[in-house]
Design a binder for this molecule. Structure first.
Ligand code: 6GU
Length: 237
């Protein structure tokens, strides 16, 4: 997958140089291209923002540098890649969105800043994405969250060990508690069932723990239609 990022702060994207995303980039499964919007200005002061028409506080990102950056990225392409504007007013991102975006061969992310972007860039945009109901200072951190979460769904990025098929949200429940050595740490013991070697009991225990934890911390995630009578009974205990 190719990921193009249009931003005023390309240096902010160093978190994508570590860990699993680094490995995916080294293996050429993910290619990330950073474009500084300022490099696509034509005036000698390299202006990227200006005062809003109609007045009001704050500055607005100008349309032209973004259009020029997009023309540069798309110059030799047959099909324009799916283009996402990162903005607090966008659709709220979730695991389902990540799965959808992971199917694309190439994605372009535009990181919003200041009070907003000249509305005339909307002709370039396929979808607007927010990472939650709060405001952060710019689209960069949000884009990194989305890029990380989409990248790990791309085939080959995770090893079978790291696979996302067993984790939170895959079956709609939170993850069960995990333990590693030592067996007793500061008087806290690993639950007996995990030491038993009885795989069926281990799986039952994990499912129950997942269900209980989800019920306690994220009851909104539980689809009661999908619970068996046994599951419901477990929750009431
Ligand atoms: Cl994409 N941008 C900004 N500035 N704030 C946000 C956001 C995006 N998503 C949630 N809050």
């Amino acid at each position: 997958m190719v990921i193009d990022i249009l931003t005023l702060f390309p240096e902010m994207f160093s978190p994508l140089e570590y860990s699993i995303i680094k490995r995916a980039r080294d293996k050429d499964i993910i290619k990330i291209n950073l474009y500084n919007i300022r490099d696509f200005t034509l005036d000698k002061h390299n202006r990227v923002d200006d005062y809003p028409y109609g007045g009001g506080s704050g500055m607005v990102m100008m349309a032209d540098p973004i259009y020029r950056a997009m023309e540069h990225i798309c110059r030799d392409k047959i099909k324009k890649p799916r283009t996402i504007l990162m903005t607090p007013g966008g659709e709220k991102f979730n695991q389902g969105t990540a799965k959808e975006l992971a199917k694309e061969e190439e994605l372009i992310f535009i990181c919003g800043h200041y009070e907003g972007i000249d509305e005339r860039i909307m002709t370039l945009i396929d979808c607007q994405v927010s990472i939650g109901d709060y405001v952060i200072t710019g689209g960069e951190l949000a884009a990194m969250v989305v890029i990380d979460s989409v990248s790990r769904m791309v085939p080959g990025v995770l090893s079978s060990k790291e696979s996302y098929e067993e984790e939170s949200f895959f079956d709609g429940l939170l993850e069960y508690p995990q333990y590693t050595r030592p067996e007793i740490y500061r008087d806290m013991k690993v639950p007996e069932v995990l030491l038993s070697g009885h795989h069926e009991n281990v799986n039952k225990w994990r499912r129950y723990q997942s269900l209980k934890k989800t019920y306690r911390l994220r009851p909104d995630l539980i689809d009661y239609g999908k619970l068996s009578d046994k599951d419901k009974k477990m929750l009431l205990d």
